[in-house]
Design a protein around this ligand. Structure first.
Ligand code: ARG
Length: 462
């Protein structure tokens, strides 16, 4: 029986059940690129520091490139009995290059190895998600530009509240996704520190140069304290939180798309590409895609809660519990990237029903606040008195089966003689355009928001 590569003291073959519980290769194989990259940087540093010979480095470096090729071409399937990706790569390397391969693990532990691999994976995906967010924001800007004059009933409590425009609504989402973008970039920046060279927990007596490997791997500098570094998973928690928040935003938008595409609203029509049929009701087109995006938010929250819970009781430094950090992150990253791609396609290809949005503005007396504001500004009434008068006007409009904006001067004056002249001022578009305080819905303010966001987008895209 061959001795286990990572054990000097255990002589019996592991039980099958232990392997099933313990082996992480079935999922951490996802890290093979990072593992090989980290090992090549480590080997080069060992050579430069005189810890291994140039000949051994040459063999290791070429051997690792060969292992990478074998993995990518499927020759080395990463489906064997190895404990994890680190052991799998080292085993194959040693098969290929012999004794030199056994020198690679000098001045290194799997504790700093997994920390560097996982950090590189997380940093890479912070940035790929940020790129997808920029594309999505560009799509919102496009729709917002086309619809900065398209009236939309603005709601609170899902009840008609005040007239807004659809472009303004799109800019609200663009603003959320901009903050998401900033969170991913910020997290990548903060965590851009190299764990390599920390070894098991306390550093190493070998004369390693952590700055060299940090630089080769694209990190800003090495981490400060090795004990912290091998047990820290904040960087993973941050991406999980950022994805959970991103999915929450995607989910809120999905909810609106689902509502808007019902026959009750009819504000948008999703492309047939993004709708599915019912197996029994032949007339149906279901918004499965936004429903799935909304549903997938659950797993993103779960993955965050799960890792927070794994970490909460761990004494310093490395504990095997930490191996549970990966699957949730891989899942959240896959979910976020796919969701962003699908969402962008859906936004680009949806049809906006301008007539339905504008017609909906004729329900719900959206300009009631405007009438109260007018009484305050033009007639000097205290706001609370104006508020009560407008309440009576709305009751009258309901009796007449009309919207407030449709009442004639006479009908208004019947309720209160001071408001006859307000006729014509209660138009929805006029009302929307009157809200021109900074950040408000007026078309000119919406266009200003679009312009600022475009400037920002081009500043982060250059
Ligand atoms: N597969 C392990 C993980 O993902 C690698 C680190 C193992 N280190 C150890 N000392 N057992 O966490």
């Amino acid at each position: 029986m061959s001795k286990k590569i990572a054990s000097a003291r255990i002589n019996t073959e592991s039980s099958e059940l232990l392997k099933e519980l313990n082996n992480s290769l079935p999922f951490d194989r996802e890290l093979y690129r990072e593992d090989i990259r980290g090992s090549r940087a480590h080997a080069r540093m060992l050579m430069k520091q005189g810890i291994i010979s140039p000949e051994d480095f040459q063999l290791i470096d070429e051997g690792l490139q060969k292992v990478l090729e074998e993995i990518e071409s499927g020759v080395f399937g990463l489906d064997g009995d190895d404990e994890d990706i680190h052991m799998a790569v080292e085993r194959r390397l040693t098969e290929l290059v012999g004794d030199a391969g056994k020198r690679l693990h000098t001045a290194r532990s799997r504790n700093d190895q997994v920390a560097v691999d996982f950090r590189m994976y997380v940093l890479r995906h912070n940035l790929s998600i940020a790129e997808l967010l920029k594309d999505l924001i560009a799509s919102f800007l496009q729709v917002a530009k086309e619809h900065s004059d398209t009236l939309l009933p603005g709601m609170t409590h899902l009840q008609h509240a005040q007239p807004t425009n659809f472009g303004y609504h799109m800019m609200a989402y663009a603003s959320m996704f901009k903050r998401d973008y900033e969170r991913f970039v910020d997290s990548a920046e903060r965590n851009n520190l190299s764990p390599l060279g920390c070894a098991a927990l306390a550093g190493t007596p070998h004369p390693v140069d952590r700055r060299q490997t940090a630089e080769e791997l694209g990190f800003r500098e090495p981490t400060l304290n090795c004990l912290d570094t091998v047990s820290d998973r904040d960087f993973a928690l941050e991406i999980l939180f950022n994805i959970a928040t991103l999915m929450m935003h995607i989910s809120r938008l999905s909810e609106e798309l689902i509502l808007w595409s019902t026959s009750e609203f009819g504000f948008v029509k999703l492309s047939d590409k993004h709708a599915t049929g019912s197996s029994i009701m032949p007339q149906k087109k279901n918004p499965d895609i936004p429903e799935l995006l909304r549903g997938k938010t659950g797993r993103a929250y779960g993955n965050l809660m799960s890792l927070l819970t794994v970490m909460k009781g761990l004494p310093l430094a490395y504990n095997k519990d930490t191996q549970e950090d990966k699957e949730g992150v891989f899942d959240s990253v896959r979910t976020a990237e796919l969701s962003l791609r699908v969402l962008r396609e859906m936004i680009d290809e949806m049809t906006v029903n301008v007539e339905a949005m504008e017609a909906a503005c004729m329900k719900g007396h959206l300009t009631a606040t405007d009438l109260a504001d007018w009484l305050v500004k033009e007639k000097g009434l205290p706001f609370r008195d104006a508020y009560h008068i407008v309440g009576n006007v709305v009751n009258r409009a309901e009796e007449l089966g009309k919207d407030l904006s449709e009442l004639s001067a006479e009908e208004l004056a019947q309720v209160d003689e001071r408001i006859g002249e307000a006729e014509g001022l209660l138009d929805n578009r006029l009302s929307m355009n009157a809200r021109r305080s900074e950040g408000g819905t007026a078309t000119e303010r919406t266009l200003e928001q679009i312009e600022k966001m475009e400037k920002w987008l081009s500043s982060v895209s250059s």
